[in-house]
Design a protein around this ligand. Structure first.
Ligand code: PLP
Length: 368
């Protein structure tokens, strides 16, 4: 029997992770694309020993992430950041195989420092798949990448590749296909002149029912047409549906609705959902007892969502929010001093292992 772990904790299930990883491996094999984990979505390095057997490496958004990727994941390490500071660049280069600059001006600022490095530039094709303006790299006046092909033309001798990230949880293959078509049309003459192109993340190709063979075919055609090595940078797609946030009920009350308060907080432990105004997810249940499940921070809107249960909830009941890997652990914070969830891993043999706990000292050390 596994030891009872105290809630709250994130539970990463390696066998569920494996399902995504096997799909990624399939895409690599059938499309020729390489797959890099986007660390900004998921940086829980204790499962990298499994992930790095199925993926080619990592991509990053900062000096800290590029170092984590190099030191804990291995393989190919791509460095990208919206902007590098002068005192970061040497270390970024030392920990990466490729560096992708967000702007021509960053490329020029670090032209000498990076002269012997493999360099790329982020393109912004100004085509969008997101309904959320906050997550849309193609929003008006976007700072994410260069969009003027004529300007890019002038620095072609300094770069050997491009990165284009403009999908956002896009589960619609037709939309991906048409967006890629627009990219080909607009930047085709430049794509022909580089050796590699990263198509970024945000493509939900590990999801149930995604036409994975058509996707592979499309990537292969793109790669053949321009003679480039294609990279994918899955974040969410690599870890989707692999983890949960395990919590306990601390109190119940009735204020016109049945309410249950749990030992966690959506603001502190699943912040991404709050930003996008989305409810947390539980295993579907259509039982007769309806509860609004709330967090224990003082934020009035600290609400995970409304769920149906088979039985009335009582203090001490365990609840499990599913699909809690992406953009959760990387965004957790000490708001209200709420107890930081531990991190546990269900190994492939079913054993659950507690891999990290946080205590008062961690809270203290996060501030001064
Ligand atoms: C966010 C991001 C990713 C990963 O996106 P997901 O939606 O999590 O797949 C990949 N590449 C870049 C450049 C990103 O900004």
């Amino acid at each position: 029997m596994t030891k009872v772990i105290k809630t709250p904790y994130y539970l990463i299930d390696k066998s569920k992770l494996l399902r995504n990883l096997e799909r990624i491996a399939y895409v690599r094999e059938h499309s020729g694309a390489k797959a890099l984990l986007a660390l900004k979505c998921f940086a829980t390095w204790s499962v990298f020993d499994l992930m790095n057997q199925y993926m080619d490496g990592t991509t990053s958004s900062s000096l800290n992430e590029v170092k984590l990727g190099k030191l804990k994941f291995g393989g190919e390490t791509h460095a990208y950041s919206v902007a590098y500071a002068d005192d970061e660049i040497e270390e970024v280069l030392a920990h990466s195989d490729k560096i992708i600059f967000n702007s021509i001006s960053q490329l020029q600022r670090f032209a000498d420092a990076s002269a012997t490095h493999v360099r790329g530039l982020r393109l912004n094709p100004q085509v969008s798949s997101s309904e959320f303006i906050i997550a849309d790299p193609s929003r008006p006046f976007s700072r994410l990448g260069e969009w003027d092909a004529q300007k890019v033309e002038q620095v072609m001798d300094q770069i050997s590749g491009f990165m284009i990230h403009n999908n956002c949880e896009n589960s619609n293959f037709e939309l991906f296909d048409s967006m890629l078509g627009q990219i080909e049309e607009r930047f085709g003459h430049l794509l022909e002149r580089v050796e590699w192109v990263s198509l970024g993340g945000g493509i939900h190709f590990t999801g149930e029912g995604y036409p994975i063979d058509r996707f592979c075919d499309r990537l292969k055609k793109f790669s053949d047409r321009f003679g480039v090595q294609v990279y994918l940078e899955p974040g969410e797609a690599a870890i989707t549906m692999s983890s949960s946030l395990e919590v306990s009920v601390l109190d119940t009350l009735y204020n016109g609705k049945q309410l249950a308060i749990v030992d966690s907080s959506i603001e502190a432990h699943m912040l991404d959902l709050l930003i996008y105004r989305q409810p947390a997810k539980m295993e579907p249940c259509d039982g007769p007892h309806s509860y609004m499940v709330c967090g224990k921070s003082c934020l009035a809107g600290d609400i995970f969502g409304e769920f149906q249960f088979d039985q009335e909830l009582k203090i001490g009941d365990r609840l499990s929010f599913i699909d809690a890997a992406g953009y959760t652990m990387v965004k957790k914070n000490w708001f209200n001093g709420v107890k930081m969830p531990s991190i546990a891993v269900r190994q492939l043999d079913g054993q659950v292992e507690l891999v990290r706990q946080f205590n008062f000292d961690d809270f203290v050390n996060s501030l001064s």
